[in-house]
Design a binder for this molecule. Structure first.
Ligand SMILES: Nc1nc2c(c(=O)[nH]1)N[C@H]1C(S)=C(S)[C@@H](COP(=O)(O)O)O[C@H]1N2
Ligand SMILES: [Mo]
Length: 429
């Protein structure tokens, strides 16, 4: 506070006096309305007094060559649950869904799931190989890949373990932790089909093995049909280079399918005539059923939704009256056609308002704007996709799949909003 303007200081008191007088009169006529902000016209110092940021020059253009959020948003970060995994290099953190709006996840907030830490790759040294049942095995540099026609597409990525801790009952107190293994960004990349055509597929090829360049050398089998349909080899997210955490310089995009198949730090694609039975598709990412058999190859992430606010980390702090209920819905089968919201644990449902673009295999944003009477709510959301699938209750899921599962839980979530506005994770099935 080195520079002060005598001018402003002289001017401010008279303006304050004026506002206080005017507001006193206004309040008597508008006291009956419950308009948010109406009472504040009585003379809130935050509007009547000039703040330092309104008085002094701010930082110049070069203060942050790569921008960062406001310091007042410092709490909006990915978070992990330390007891979930033994070590941070084979672990996960979670997208702060309760703080976000719209459908795009900012790059720095996309949850991370690594099996052997983040590979730091020099793009000049990175290669993508295509081998196996092809006419001509090929090795591409990053520059080679950028000479193919490229496309931009918005997709969600959801880890199959998202909501896995909630199978048996309500566990983690916040949608960041129960549902935060999902993100949605615009990918720029080359359709995988173009690269496979360049190598020339042999008629006997039916499966593809994707391999990462990280210390886990993660590998997954993908049916060739999917690879030729809508998969991308992506090098950008939300317009800028992939973040290291998301697979810089190259990742596979497998729209609508479980996140584990979206191999990061992609270095090799092998064409074969059968699935490769890798660790991540046999002992992991399979669903142990009640009869002791395991469901395998559950690739599609089924229709799902969650209310992001109010939620345990986003309580209602403003009391009764207008309340915005909002959340996200998504489906690996295509677009979301409808989202219903219940205020009473699933007895009655109202159709929510979808807002923003409705794109296949992308997050959809929904809202229900209510006038809250201050009584307890049991909030639920239920999404329906364009294939006609309806998000199931957790009881329906358990009836079909038992309680041994970890992966692929798309059951309906319940938040209890108490009269004091505090929100808890509860189960109502
Ligand atoms: N090479 C490699 N690819 C990987 C992984 C990995 O550990 N190594 N993790 C997978 C898993 S389990 C998921 S859920 C997604 C997570 O992607 P994200 O870190 O961009 O959120 O990447 C997948 N791709
Ligand atoms: Mo995952």
């Amino acid at each position: 506070m080195t520079r002060k303007s005598g001018h402003t200081a002289n001017w401010a008191p008279s303006r304050r006096a004026f506002l206080t007088g005017a507001a006193g009169a206004a309040l008597t006529t508008s006291a009956a309305t419950a308009l948010p902000g109406a009472a504040r016209a009585a003379g809130d110092p935050a509007i009547t007094e000039i703040k330092d940021w309104n008085r002094y020059l701010g930082e110049g253009v070069d203060a942050a060559p790569y921008g960062a959020p406001s310091p007042f948003e410092a709490h909006v970060v990915r978070r992990d649950v330390p007891w979930l995994t033994a070590d941070p290099v084979s672990s996960v953190n979670f997208t702060p869904l309760h703080e976000l709006d719209g459908i795009i996840t900012p790059n720095g907030l996309c949850f991370e799931r690594h099996h052997a830490g983040v590979a730091t790759i020099d793009p000049a040294e990175h290669r993508l190989m295509i081998n196996g049942l092809v006419d001509t095995p090929l090795v591409f540099t990053m520059q080679d890949l950028q000479r193919f026609p490229r496309e931009n597409r918005l997709y969600f990525l959801e880890c199959a373990a998202n909501t896995g801790m909630e199978w048996r009952g309500a566990q983690l107190n916040g949608c960041q932790f129960t549902h935060g293994m999902v993100h949605c960004v615009v990918y720029t990349g080359v359709p995988l089909k173009l690269l496979l055509d360049e190598a020339g597929l042999k008629a006997s090829g039916t499966w593809l093995l994707a391999e990462g360049a990280d210390a886990a050398a993660m590998t997954r089998s993908i049916p060739l049909e999917k690879a030729l349909d809508d998969c991308l080899v992506a090098f950008k997210m939300n317009g800028e280079a992939l973040r290291p955490e998301q697979g810089y310089p190259l990742r596979l995009v497998v729209p609508g399918w479980e996140g584990n198949m979206w191999v990061k730090w992609l270095r090799r694609l092998e064409i074969g005539d059968a699935p490769y039975a890798q660790r991540e598709e046999t002992s992991k990412y399979t669903d142990l059923l009640d009869d002791g058999t395991a469901r395998r190859h559950t690739f599609v992430m089924d229709v799902k939704s969650v209310i992001t606010s109010p939620s345990p980390q986003a309580p209602v702090t403003h009391g009764k009256g207008p309340l915005v209920i909002t959340g996200l819905a998504w489906s690996g089968n295509g677009r979301i056609s409808r989202v219903d919201v219940s205020l009473d644990g699933g007895r009655n449902w109202q159709t929510a308002r979808l807002d923003g673009p409705s794109l296949s295999k992308a997050l959809h944003r929904f809202y229900l704007d209510i006038d809250w009477d201050g009584s307890e709510l049991l909030l639920q959301s239920r999404a329906i996709d364009e294939a006609g699938y309806v998000q199931p209750s957790k009881d329906a899921l358990r009836a079909a799949r038992g309680v041994n599962s970890i992966y692929h839980n798309n059951g309906i979530q319940t938040w209890q909003v108490r009269a004091d506005g505090v929100v808890e994770n509860v189960e109502v099935s």
